[in-house]
Design a protein around this ligand. Structure first.
Ligand code: SAM
Length: 233
């Protein structure tokens, strides 16, 4: 099965791969949750320091009581590493892949995170209301969807005015070796649309999201965005 889109857009082969390729789902999720593996993978493939990824994720979910959070795509729940049992957040983990959502459910169980909700969702057409969330977190996901610009517009739509986005995306143009790996990963249908940083910034701007801070580490762009208070969905 591949992902489909009610607007009639062509189904995404890459999203479909994440839905059906159990080996890909397992290897990614185990790797990203193992710091030594993630450090080596990040350094070799994307010339990045993945310690930044764990720090960024932890800061993204260090939030006041009652905050509503959408984690899209949640994958197997690596961001849960920063959550605590009994934490009074509304936390929705969404992903297009049942393989990943099953892994995320198991991760939440292991950690006693009974407040986490799970939703099967296409990042480019989210099944959530306008202005439903205070915070969107999105790590290592935009480069896996067929229309990342639509995904960014969806973050903006589901965020309350004044809401925040934190996440990361792989970008082209960092250096020779990461660009070669990006080409290979695209060919292997692991990554979909990967662009230079300027293009990603344009998606944010066009979606009405203000850039609070960005930081690059090798081929990974970390971002913190805000939906201005005066902007409606
Ligand atoms: C590289 S993983 C990252 C997952 C997680 N954020 C992490 O850091 O481990 C990419 C994820 O994007 C999901 N994905 C791919 N296409 C998608 C789509 N169109 N909508 C929602 N999720 C999608 C995959 O199922 C996979 O879980």
């Amino acid at each position: 099965m591949v992902s489909t889109n009610s607007s009639g857009a062509a189904p995404s082969v890459v999203s479909g791969n994440w839905q059906t390729n159990k080996r890909l789902a397992t290897v990614w999720d185990r790797g990203v949750k193992s710091r030594p593996v993630a450090m080596v993978y990040g350094a070799v493939v994307f010339a990045t320091d993945n310690r930044k990824m764990y720090r960024h994720m932890a800061s993204a979910v260090a939030l006041p009581e009652g905050t509503s959070v959408l984690d899209i795509p949640s994958g197997g729940g690596v961001v849960f590493l920063g959550l605590r049992p009994g934490k009074p957040l509304r936390y929705v983990a969404a992903d297009i892949s049942d393989l990943m959502l099953d892994r995320a459910r198991a991760e939440a169980d292991r950690r006693g995170l009974d407040f986490v909700e799970f939703e099967k969702a296409d990042a480019t057409e989210l099944p959530f209301k306008d202005e439903e969330f205070d915070v969107v977190v999105s790590y290592s996901g935009l480069h896996c969807v067929p229309d990342p610009e639509a995904a960014v517009r969806e973050w903006s739509r589901v965020l309350k005015p004044g809401g925040a986005v934190k996440g990361s995306v792989v970008v082209r143009g960092a250096s020779f070796l990461p660009d070669r790996f990006i080409n290979l990963w695209v060919k292997l249908r692991i990554l979909d649309v990967v662009t230079p940083v300027e293009e990603v910034r344009r998606w944010f701007r066009d979606a009405g999201l203000r850039v609070v801070r960005t930081e690059t580490s090798g081929a990974v762009l970390y971002f913190e965005l805000e939906k201005p208070k005066d902007r409606k969905a």
